[in-house]
Design a protein around this ligand. Structure first.
Ligand SMILES: *[C@@H]1O[C@H](CO)[C@@H](O)[C@H](O)[C@H]1NC(C)=O
Ligand SMILES: *[C@@H]1O[C@H](CO)[C@@H](O)[C@H](O)[C@H]1NC(C)=O
Ligand SMILES: *[C@@H]1O[C@H](CO)[C@@H](O)[C@H](O)[C@H]1NC(C)=O
Length: 226
């Protein structure tokens, strides 16, 4: 047995012994027979779904995993594959999407531990009616969060073909988040920000650059918690 494998099993035993449950994994039957291995974060052999799940819980970038019970391959991903097309077909593959079990996120939110980001996708609506019953509209304050949002919404236009609204407004004193904090990261498109505005959105078909808009336009969005 390789040392790495020994360490893994020790880790597994410690987890079981201490009874910590960080995440739970949920099978998505509609994705049976599909898998993604292009932009995966980590691929390995695992003797069982439980071991693959444990590997996922040990990787702060893991939000979902593909497991193949025939080949014992386990592929960890940061993407929940809600609004992205799964690229490959193959026998024996099943997709498991995780949920937080530490109490950090509400039920039905995904948890990207790497960015401490609890989020939920929401349907297209007029920006003025954006509603996050738990938490608030997504804020993007780093390039890493911008990139992650691009990744998880890569094919969202197949379901919601509108721009994606994010936090940010300028009523004359600079671009600020809803809590009044000045925004220090931005990804403005050409000739933007065009004007002071109540609403910011990411234009997917222009590589997710930011544009100002009024709150009478339609957009889809993510809510984050808290
Ligand atoms: C991904 O899987 C496909 C289909 O099995 C295979 O042809 C391809 O080589 C794999 N790519 C990588 C990067 O492993
Ligand atoms: C805005 O979204 C609503 C709800 O999805 C839809 O009924 C309406 O047609 C959309 N309006 C435009 C201009 O796309
Ligand atoms: C974000 O993505 C771009 C394009 O792929 C890449 O060049 C950049 O390094 C990424 N930034 C971070 C912080 O990951």
């Amino acid at each position: 047995m390789r040392l790495q494998t020994v360490f893994f099993h020790i880790n597994l035993l410690i987890k079981i012994y201490s009874g910590t449950t960080i995440i739970s994994a949920h099978h998505k039957p509609e994705a049976d027979g599909k898998f993604g291995n292009q932009t995966n974060d980590e691929t390995m052999f695992s003797i069982s779904i439980a071991e693959c799940n444990m590997r996922c819980s040990l990787n702060s970038r893991c939000v979902s995993f593909f497991y193949n019970s025939l080949t014992k391959l386990c592929i960890l991903h940061s993407n929940p594959f809600t609004y992205t097309v799964i690229p490959n077909l193959g026998t024996g593959w099943k997709l498991y999407v995780t949920r937080d079990r530490t109490g950090r996120c509400p039920d039905n939110f995904f948890f990207y531990r790497q960015l401490d980001f609890c989020y939920q996708f929401r349907p297209t609506i007029q920006a003025a009616y954006i509603s996050c019953p738990l938490g608030k509209l997504q804020r993007i304050d780093t390039e890493e969060k911008q990139n992650y949002t691009m990744k998880i919404t890569a094919d969202i236009e197949l379901v919601y073909n509108a721009a994606i609204c994010i936090q940010g407004k300028n009523t004359g004193t600079g671009w600020k988040f809803l809590d009044g904090t000045l925004m220090t990261y931005s990804n403005w498109g050409w000739n933007q920000p065009f004007k002071n505005s109540n609403q910011l959105r990411m234009i997917r078909w222009k590589n997710y650059v930011w544009a100002t808009t009024s709150d009478t336009v339609n957009c889809s969005y993510l809510c984050e918690y808290p």
